[in-house]
Write a protein that binds this ligand. Structure first.
Ligand code: SF4
Length: 485
């Protein structure tokens, strides 16, 4: 890849969220136009065909109860107050106006479970009431069975647990040992009307363990619906930076196939840009996986004919019913469908009998986030994963690269009692006639924040400095830094 394919600093600074709201019947057109420009609009493409956008991330807090070594958050995040509920609701409305019903809205952060519980419930309910699909993205620490049940009652559709060795969870030395945590989370969600996902950040420390993790997901496919592998990127406050050379979408696909015990096809369907997203869909019976899309021509045909299908991820039989309904509307395709099903069932017959007819669907996803300093313009333009900013949706990779500009921006908040200016580092201010409050001195330099607000690189630097000072300085002098923490 040539250097000129990356956004220059000036282009990045000028890159703006999408402000224009498309008319309701043309919501997919902006993305389709960009995919056409990039030569990515073809029969395999789900983006623009099944939905106007893949998903939108709604960050309802910047705070987190972990300090991952590959965290995408900002050095300022722990000091940033939670967005006022009015602003979160305004962003939910904005997401709807851009992308319409059935949009996948990731309720995320930071860790969203740190938000006041009543507010979290209201946020999930609001998304669902608008006809969109709320998904809780959490490290799981505070996502108890009770909380998950409560959120289900209020319309939660999916829960995505992030578990991996970048999180530094105490007592775990290898990725495979974290299966104990994953198992506990599965039990918390078992039986709830929820689709359960797992996110794994791939880095040098767990690349070799991917097949083992996949075998774990295989064995738990009765609950786990999707396993997403997110490749390490040099962005955010995390202390680990450059990606090991051997880690790329192809090598990770190979590791997943090894764990799956079958060669998976990651080229059908397409989800936006193939350098960003790769997906493979399998059927599971009796712990064995079968590649669902081993016949690309048939797969493309069925994907196109079911594009308008509203698949209910909470209720398997409703989803199957919707699929059948869509297929029945195309009599010209019945023969091919019957032949495909016959072939699959024949290949799976022993396992289907062993599993007493129970067959599950398991999807593997590879998400190839970009380094903040190496954003490929074409991928940013065809991005299917947006962040909901105050000004509109923005490609997640671009947002991560200029996160501070968004999360530190004072906002004017409209409420029943008039307008207020809300400063992210100082919190809500009294009604002030719309004047922005001056940012605190720490807004210019995260190292000026108290140590308790710091995570990632600045914290590590400060702790290292402190250790140096402690070893060089006479006892007692280091306490001036501790006063900062
Ligand atoms: S541009 Fe980044 S966030 Fe968007 S789809 Fe590609 S990798 Fe994902």
């Amino acid at each position: 890849m040539q250097r000129q394919d990356y956004l220059t600093p000036a282009e990045l600074a000028a890159w703006q969220p999408a402000r224009e709201i498309p008319p309701p019947h043309r919501r997919s057109e902006p993305l389709i136009a960009r995919l056409k420009d990039a030569g990515l609009w073809n029969g395999r493409q789900l983006a623009g065909r099944h939905w106007p956008i893949g998903c939108v991330s709604l960050e309802i807090t910047q705070r987190c109860n972990l300090d991952c070594s590959l965290c995408y958050l900002s050095e300022y995040s722990e000091a940033v107050r939670d967005l006022p509920l009015e602003e979160v609701f305004r962003r939910i409305d904005m997401i709807y106006r851009h992308y319409g019903p059935n949009t996948n809205v990731q309720v995320t952060g930071g860790d969203p479970t740190l938000r006041e519980r009543g507010e979290l419930v209201k946020i999930v309910r609001r998304i669902r009431e608008m006809g969109m699909r709320p998904c809780l993205f959490t490290n799981g620490i505070k996502a108890t069975r009770e909380l998950l049940s409560l959120l289900c009652d209020n319309g939660l559709v999916d829960v995505a647990f992030h578990v991996d060795m970048t999180q530094g969870r105490g007592g775990y030395r290898r990725e495979r040992e974290l299966n104990a945590v994953r198992r506990a989370y599965i039990e918390r969600a078992r039986g709830l009307p929820l689709a359960v996902y797992f996110n794994t950040t791939v880095f040098a420390g767990n690349f070799a363990d991917i097949p083992e993790i996949v075998r774990f997901f295989r064995a738990n496919a009765d609950v786990v619906r999707l396993a997403s592998f997110q490749l390490q990127a040099d962005t955010g406050r995390g202390v680990l930076r450059g990606r090991a050379q051997r880690i790329n979408p192809e090598s990770v696909a190979g590791q997943i196939s090894e764990g799956a015990g079958v060669e998976l096809n990651f080229d059908v369907p397409l989800v936006g840009h193939p350098r960003c997203n790769r997906t493979a869909i399998c059927l599971e019976a009796n712990g064995n996986l079968y590649n669902l899309f081993d016949d690309p021509a048939f797969a493309m045909g069925i994907l196109q004919r079911t594009a308008a299908c509203d698949l209910d991820r909470r209720h398997r039989w409703k989803a199957i019913g919707s699929l059948l309904h869509a297929v029945l509307a195309h009599p010209d395709y019945w023969g091919q469908c019957a032949a495909f099903l016959g072939r699959k069932l024949w290949a799976m017959r022993r396992d289907v009998v062993e599993a007493r007819g129970r067959v599950n669907k398991l999807t593997f996803f590879i998400h190839n986030f970009m380094d903040a300093a190496r954003l490929e313009k074409e991928r940013c333009e065809t991005c299917v994963f947006m962040a909901a900013t105050a000004d509109g949706p923005l490609s997640m990779c671009v947002y991560n690269a200029k996160r501070d500009a968004h999360i530190l921006k004072p906002l004017r908040i409209a409420s029943d009692t008039g307008h207020r200016t809300w400063n992210p580092l100082a919190g809500r201010l009294p009604a002030d006639g719309g004047k922005a409050a001056p940012p605190p001195a720490s807004a210019a330099n995260p190292a000026a924040l108290p140590l308790r607000y710091l995570k990632g690189r600045t914290r590590q630097r400060m702790l290292e400095d402190r250790m140096l000072d402690d070893s060089a300085a006479p006892r007692g002098l280091s306490t001036c830094r501790e006063a900062n923490g």
